[in-house]
Design a protein around this ligand. Sequence first.
Ligand code: NDP
Length: 290
Amino acid sequence: MSVKILDGKLLARDLKNALKNEVEVLKKEIGFVPRLVNVMVGDNHGACAYAKSQKKAAEYIGIQYELETLPEDVSRQDFSECIKRLNADESVNGIMIHKPIPKHIEYGDIAQYVDTDKDLEGINVTNIGKMLVGETKIIPCTPASVMEHIKSTGIDLYGKEAVIVGHSVIVGKPLSLLLLEQFATVTVCHIATSEAGRLQEHVRRADIIVVAVGKPSVIKGDWIKEGAVVIDVGINQVNDKIVGDVEFDAACKKAAFITPVPGGVGPVTVIMLMRNGIEAFKAQMKKKGK
Ligand code: NDP
């Protein structure tokens, strides 16, 4: 079977164009466009590169995007005041807190200050709860990107075996809900699965395998089921190369579809952030009767 590489840049381009059209319509109907603010602490090269790609995507789609930079030694008090000010500003429709943040501040703690209606990343506990009962369109960005990649294969998830490796709050756990909603049979593996020596047996039966661990080659290519869809979320630097969590070349011999790293899940994740911004804007306008 020949593998099809799921090109994240191509998918991102199509999704970006659809959002651009949607924003043009919103602008005509409402008179203005969403305004999103990314709060970044300090000056981190990797974080800046991600912020640049967000800015580029926002400009293309036609939404306002601003970076608010706080000093590296910002206090918890000043950080939360900044979030509260953005919450209170009616012209701001979406807020995100750029990771990483300094160790003296707990990300989960500060993230909960973001107004539920303006939560660009969909990680606020209220939004996670709403997602569980299908009451929000604000979906955590990386799981949303994974779902778009799976959708692009045309494969119906109904009754399929989906195996997720990694149970983090930002990827594995919310993704399990999204896959369940599509009637996949979902298994979530984690460190204890590996320690019990059972990771391979779960991966071997997966029609859809999503890996979000952050360890190169944690999934061996010959574990992949013939004809499976392989979505590799992992980002790892090995020597001078960026690689995923799956042994790519070996997995290509078995899979029907596979995402590359880089150029797979990442480019679409940025677009999902923009989509959340548009959904937040629409929900806010609806509340205001516009
Ligand atoms: P976390 O470190 O929060 O989670 C990693 C998960 O993998 C944990 O659930 C951990 O389990 C599990 N794990 C660790 N070792 C093993 C193992 N040997 N076998 C099975 N499970 C294991 O990471 P994130 O979820 O934040 O990110 C995961 C990867 O995805 C990273 O490489 C990150 O850079 C990348 N990423 C990519 C994004 C994109 O848009 N492309 C966005 C977000 C993340 P336990 O907690 O029990 O130890």
